[in-house]
Structure formats: structure tokens, C-alpha cells
Design a protein around this ligand. Structure first.
Ligand code: ADP
Ligand code: VHF
Length: 377
């Protein structure tokens, strides 16, 4: 629990449905409410990073559309207009309270490159250290559809991991996770604590109930899995509730709190990058005996363990490590290219034993069984 004297690093994500009016346009009143909530935390001495949706909502009318567009190029054009307007509004509001906001637009490819990922961390750290409020969104205008984060829920969890946040707060149009999709069952019950994302929780998470929301509960559950694996406690609550952010930070708010079990091993930042951001470039296949050995003895993978290879990749790439049943065992950085692996296959073990460098070092390997990870988010 956060005490009144501790300064914490808090990432807050607010969705389109919580920033828009009935007609799907940005609501000044709702924007002012979230700014007031952030200002209260800043005044208490916390560092705050805001992940805000709303670019498409803020721009589509000025593009000449009567409704939120569904066509990709129109959405991107709307975001190009709306992102500027959104940031202008945030900046004006934060300045009126004596705080400075800054804009950070991210694409998935920025995060899949380890140097750019680390560079983003350094930049955001400078901003947070100097009391600025970074306002993050996906760079919707230039991102190709298949390369998008697509929803700001998983983006916010990845950003929370990047900056080593103490808490992730996701604000939505609903007051928490329900045991069934409330759109299907009006008698569904609120779940107030989650320590493990079970199959039942996955099954209960449906899509968005509104025309402006993107990911629904599904992408929020993916986000909470990433946060939990990264050792970050999270909260889901309703954006319109009075003092929701302040109360969530002080564990007093109505909503759902997500924390991992006390004995869980958390991913360090290198492993977070491998697991959630790198984007695997191929696959190496191992047999079941090897799988048991590397999982139980926490051993590195050696060239003789690799029975097959899929895709073309260079040394240093991240690949999916698959078992012979086609199940993903984990993700790791390879010390050989796919061409070299292919040349190894079928060679006698004593020939391969002269290659001293492991195929995948244990410290560069993120195993699902060690961390209870979402499969290739
Ligand atoms: N199990 C569930 N519990 C709560 N909400 C759910 C569930 N399954 C689906 N939903 C829907 O997800 C919506 C929130 O997601 P979304 O509309 O994308 O909002 P946002 O714009 O805040 O990201 C809820 O309003 C609800 O309609
Ligand atoms: N990046 C987009 C929103 C993407 C998104 O995740 O939306 P939401 O589900 O409302 O949080 C925008 O600014 O319009």
C-alpha cells in the first residue's frame, strides 16, 4: 500500500469511452476531470505518466465525418487532426495548474528495436525526473494496421514496464472486471481482487460495449497479465467516479485490483523486452526431453537441442522456442542465425559439442513456466 509520504511512479491509462460525449466527440469536462485527478497526485509528490486515447475521437468531425470512421485511412487522418487538438487541450489544462505536459507518440516498431526501446526509457525518465507529465498515445497516423499495438491497454502496460512503474491504473467506462461480460448478463458480479488470470477470467472478458472503445475487456486482461508478470500492481475502475485515481493509489477505490501472488518471480527489464516487445522473428523447435531439462534445470539451450528451425533470422534475433507438439515453451535471443542452425541439423552430437556458445543463453530466455506469461502478446 502507498503511504502518504511515499512518492510513486504511476501510469494512468484513460480510454476513448471515458473522454468522449454521447456523440463520440472529446468532452472538455471529462478531460478536465482526469487532469484534476493527475494534478492531485502531482501535488502529493508522485510521478505521473498518462496514456491517453482519444485522437480519433477528437479529430473525425473536423475531417468531415459525421460518425467515428471505420476505414483505416480515415481513422489515421482523423487521428492526425485529433492528436494535436488533444495535446493542446491537455497542455493548456496542465499549465493552468502549473504543470507541463509532453507528447510521446509510439509505434510497435519503436519498441521492437531494443536500442530505441531503451532510448524511450531514458527520455521518459528525464521528463519524469523533472516533474513533467508525459502523455503517451500510439502514433496512429503513420502505423500500418498489422504493426499496431491496436489498443492503448497493452501499450500502457508495456510503458509501465518500460519506466518501472509502481502502479498501473486503467480507467474505463466500467467500474471493474465482472465475472461475466455485463453486456451479456446484467447480473454479472464485480471481481474486486485478482492474483492470477485464470481461464475463467479470460472467458469472461468480452469486447467493447461502446462504439468508441477499441479493445474491450480482452485487451485489458492482456494488459494486466503483462503488468503482473512485470511485478506491477494494477487497478481497473470507472473514470467518472469522483477521486477514483487518488483512491486507487491509496487502495480505497471501488474496482478491481490486480496483484501477482507473493512468491511470483517478476521479469526484469531485459526479459520484459524479450517477452512483450521484441516481436519474434522465427522459431526453433526442441524435443520433449530437452523441454523438461531446460524447464526444470533452468539450463541454456545448446545447438544439439535444436531439431528444426522456421523462418529466416540473424544471430541476436528473438525467436519462439517451440516443443515438438507445437506449444510455445518461451522466447529467447539466439546466438546463431537460422542458416547456421539449419547446417547443424542432422550433425552427430560430438561434432556439435565443439560449438561452445549456447543456442540460447538461459539469461536471454523467457520461459512460460517460470513466469506464467501470456503467449506472444
Ligand atoms: N468481463 C467483463 N467485465 C467488465 N467489462 C466487460 C467485460 N467483458 C466485456 N466488457 C466490456 O468492456 C468495456 C470496456 O472496454 P472499452 O469499451 O474498450 O473501454 P475503453 O475505451 O475504456 O478502453 C466495458 O464497458 C464492457 O462493455
Ligand atoms: N490510439 C487511439 C485509441 C486506441 C484505444 O486503445 O482506444 P481505447 O480502447 O478507447 O482506449 C486513439 O487515440 O484514438
Amino acid at each position: 500500500m502507498i503511504t502518504d509520504t511515499e512518492s510513486k511512479r504511476i501510469v494512468i491509462k484513460i480510454g476513448s469511452s471515458s473522454l468522449t460525449s454521447m456523440h463520440g466527440e472529446i468532452s472538455r469536462r471529462k478531460l478536465e476531470k482526469i487532469v484534476d485527478e493527475v494534478v492531485r497526485l502531482k501535488d502529493e509528490g508522485h510521478e505521473v505518466l498518462l496514456v491517453s486515447s482519444g485522437a480519433v475521437a477528437a479529430g473525425y468531425r473536423k475531417l468531415g465525418c459525421l460518425e467515428r470512421p471505420t476505414d483505416l485511412a480515415e481513422k489515421q487522418a482523423a487521428a492526425s487532426i485529433g492528436q494535436g487538438l488533444l495535446i493542446e487541450s491537455y497542455s493548456d489544462l496542465f499549465l493552468s495548474h502549473g504543470y507541463v505536459g509532453s507528447q510521446i507518440l509510439i509505434t510497435r516498431s519503436d519498441f521492437s528495436d531494443e536500442d530505441r526501446y531503451n532510448n524511450a526509457r531514458s527520455t521518459i525518465n528525464v521528463l519524469l525526473d523533472r516533474g513533467i507529465i508525459p502523455i503517451v498515445n500510439e502514433n496512429d497516423t503513420i502505423t500500418m494496421d498489422f504493426l499496431k499495438f491496436g489498443d492503448n491497454d497493452t501499450l500502457s502496460a508495456k510503458v509501465a514496464g518500460l519506466v518501472d512503474a509502481d502502479q498501473l491504473i486503467i480507467l474505463s467506462d466500467i467500474d471493474g472486471l465482472y465475472d461475466e461480460n455485463p453486456n451479456d448478463n446484467p447480473h454479472a458480479k464485480l471481481v474486486s481482487q485478482v492474483q492470477e488470470i485464470t481461464d475463467e477470467i479470460e472467458a469472461s472478458a468480452g469486447g467493447s460495449g461502446s462504439s468508441v472503445g477499441t479493445g474491450g475487456m480482452k485487451s485489458k486482461i492482456d494488459a494486466f497479465k503483462i503488468a503482473m508478470a512485470s511485478g506491477i500492481s494494477s487497478f481497473l475502475g470507472k473514470a467518472s467516479t469522483q477521486n477514483i485515481v487518488y483512491d486507487a493509489v491509496h487502495q480505497q477505490a471501488k474496482g478491481t485490483y490486480f496483484t501477482s501472488k507473493p512468491d511470483t518471480t517478476n521479469l526484469d527489464q531485459k526479459k520484459q523486452w524479450i517477452a512483450f516487445n521484441s516481436g519474434p522473428e522465427g522459431e526453433v523447435i526442441i524435443d520433449m526431453v530437452t523441454k523438461d531439462t531446460i524447464v526444470q534445470q533452468k539450463d541454456s539451450l545448446h545447438p544439439a537441442h535444436i531439431t528444426n528451425v522456421q523462418g529466416d533470422f540473424d544471430k541476436g534475433a528473438v525467436v519462439r522456442v517451440m516443443d515438438s507438439d507445437g506449444e510455445e515453451v518461451g522466447l529467447g535471443v539466439v546466438n546463431y542465425s537460422s542458416a547456421t542452425f539449419k547446417s547443424f541439423i542432422g550433425q552427430p552430437i560430438d561434432q556439435l559439442s565443439k560449438y561452445k556458445q549456447p543456442a540460447v543463453e538461459r539469461e536471454d530466455f523467457v520461459c512460460h513456466l517460470d513466469f506464467a506469461l501470456p503467449v506472444s502478446v
